[in-house]
Write a protein that binds this ligand. Structure first.
Ligand SMILES: [Zn+2]
Ligand SMILES: [Zn+2]
Ligand SMILES: [Zn+2]
Length: 264
């Protein structure tokens, strides 16, 4: 199984427009200004591609989707998993039309599916003249494990503020949980001992109401006994080199364009 990080940034992305508007004077660690010369600090909004058995599964369709697939030359998408309906995870859906010459299966919680239908009404209630402008999406509501191209896909319900129906996913030995504040014991049980964990670590300190911060994310990775952990959904408070000092050798910050091989 191969994992490709399309985007690893928080909802603002890095560099943040807010920091540019302040001439980068308030950027806590200089990460936003550094992003122009250091690709590891240039973080588009969160999404990954998982490749196995000749298939390519996209998780989330970020507002940066078009830029991401052109940058990484993503040649096919066979299915899409949606973690939740926040704009930074579904905003690129209109651009997925180029991959929908036949209906493209999407999988989401009941709540996320409802919000997608509402947000992209023109896709699900198209005018009679469809033309080529409307993606052909086959949207499935899921609340239990299912098989996708021969691999077991397990949705993991997570707490992400007051939002209903937020998921992480386990696909074989990969777990992807980009947005969460906490997870139930039942959810943790499904991820215990996973070979590769990708998890939310919004910033280095100051607890956040809807996201895990780095000390919480490190503790979760250790509790789950993940063999390898990548932190994602990173704000400008995470400096790739400086903050790596507190990670152990099973952990790393993800960055856009990072490719990882997962055995099994
Ligand atoms: Zn997000
Ligand atoms: Zn900044
Ligand atoms: Zn979110």
């Amino acid at each position: 199984m191969k994992l490709l990080f399309l985007g690893t940034g928080t909802s603002h992305g890095v560099p943040a427009i807010d920091c540019m508007l302040n001439n980068f004077a308030r950027c806590p660690k200089g990460v936003c200004a550094a992003a122009f010369s250091d690709a590891r600090h240039n973080r588009t909004r969160c999404s990954i591609v998982v490749e196995y058995d000749g298939k390519s599964v996209l998780i989330d369709v970020s507002p940066d989707f078009r830029h991401q697939v052109l940058r990484e030359k993503v040649m096919r998408i066979d299915a899409v998993l949606i973690t939740h309906c926040h704009a930074d995870h579904i905003g690129g859906i209109p651009d997925i039309r180029s991959y929908t010459h036949r209906p493209l299966p999407f999988f989401a919680s009941r709540e996320s599916a409802a919000r997608i239908r509402q947000a992209f009404d023109y896709v699900f209630n198209p005018p009679e003249m469809r033309g080529g402008g409307i993606p052909d999406i086959d949207l499935h509501e899921i609340d239990a494990p299912f098989e996708l191209f021969g691999a077991a896909v397990t949705p993991i319900a997570v707490e992400h503020g007051s939002l209903k129906g937020a998921y992480g996913y386990r696909i074989g030995e990969l777990a992807y949980v980009p947005d969460l504040k906490s997870m139930s014991q039942e959810g943790k049980q499904k991820l215990r001992g996973v070979k590769c964990l990708v998890v939310d670590a919004l910033r280095d300190e100051r607890p956040h109401s809807t996201h895990m911060i780095l000390p919480e994310s490190i503790a979760l990775a250790r509790e789950l006994g993940a063999q390898r952990t990548y932190f994602t959904h990173l704000a400008h408070n995470i400096h790739y080199q400086l903050d790596s000092a507190i990670l152990d050798d099973t952990m790393a910050f993800a960055y856009d364009g990072l490719r990882v091989e997962i055995e099994g």
